[in-house]
Ligand binder design. Structure first.
Ligand SMILES: Nc1ncnc2c1ncn2[C@@H]1O[C@H](COP(=O)(O)OP(=O)(O)OP(=O)(O)O)[C@@H](O)[C@H]1O
Ligand SMILES: [Mg+2]
Length: 240
């Protein structure tokens, strides 16, 4: 089983979107996939558009309450940072329990999946508790990161700061996926080109804006082959 942590340079950039596309593309190639969204804020019961429901849909699993609870044990109503939501709602996050849960496969039962993805929350440095951040969570798990970023003005700075934070803690950045923003100052390929120059050790892949949203997932470029299926030497050559 290969495990990855999907994180970002900020909130609302495309983590759920990218995770759902990866799950669809892997499943199309007959790989078994498990997706977790352990901590979710801004959550309300019955919301079919919440991250947990979108991830379940990409697995063709129904988004009934029991499935949502299974992949998202820490659910908070307020759309604010998790440490604040947890404090205000009187249910603090037990960091060790969060790490333990993030290694489980609640949807897969006895069959181990081929790929296991954990979607974080917000960006790399978002606080989870009084002292711990998302970065501590990734580091403790030891999973390589998939860093989802945008192509909006300012994204290069946000991306390189996030990458620096991950690298400083020794977290491998398996991929940087640039999910095209609605407003961007230059073509997507230019942002990708700059990031490749500054992050030569990572795959940097573009994901164009899909006007049909996730319903149009079949229109997305193949992310799975370069990220997971090509030999490292071939992948490096392709990335240059
Ligand atoms: N490449 C894309 N094409 C079309 N829509 C996209 C793309 N990337 C992101 N979006 C849309 O942008 C919005 C934000 O994306 P998403 O919810 O995946 O972000 P996120 O990083 O998971 O946010 P959060 O921090 O709330 O978890 C969503 O409406 C999503 O459908
Ligand atoms: Mg999300």
């Amino acid at each position: 089983m290969k495990s990855y942590f999907v994180t970002s340079s900020g909130t609302d950039v495309g983590k759920t979107f990218v995770t759902a596309i990866l799950a669809r593309q892997l499943r199309k190639q007959s790989f078994r996939v498990e997706l977790l969204k352990p901590v979710i804020t801004g959550f309300s019961v019955g919301d079919r558009n919440c991250d947990s429901a979108i991830l379940l849909e990409s697995l063709d699993q129904n988004a009934e309450a029991d499935h949502i609870v299974a992949i998202s044990p820490w659910r908070y109503n307020e759309p604010i940072s998790p440490d604040m939501a947890a404090q205000r709602e009187g249910r603090p996050i037990d960091f060790d329990e969060l790490v333990r849960f993030s290694k489980t496969n609640p949807l897969s039962g006895d069959t181990s999946p081929d790929f296991h993805f954990v979607e974080g929350i917000g960006g790399v440095m978002v606080p989870l508790t009084e002292k711990k951040t998302v970065l501590d969570w990734i580091h403790e798990l030891g999973y390589p990161a998939i860093l989802v970023v945008g192509s909006y003005l300012g994204s290069l700075n946000h991306t390189l700061i996030s990458a620096m934070a991950l690298e400083r803690r020794g977290v491998e950045i398996a991929a940087v996926i640039v999910s095209e923003s609605t407003l961007q100052p230059v073509p997507l390929a230019d942002t990708v080109g700059t990031l490749k120059r500054f992050l030569p050790a990572s795959h940097v892949l573009p994901l164009p804006r899909l006007t049909g949203g996730l319903d149009a997932w079949q229109e997305a470029p193949d992310l799975v082959t370069p990220l997971f299926l090509e030999a490292p030497e071939a992948a490096a050559a392709g990335a240059s």
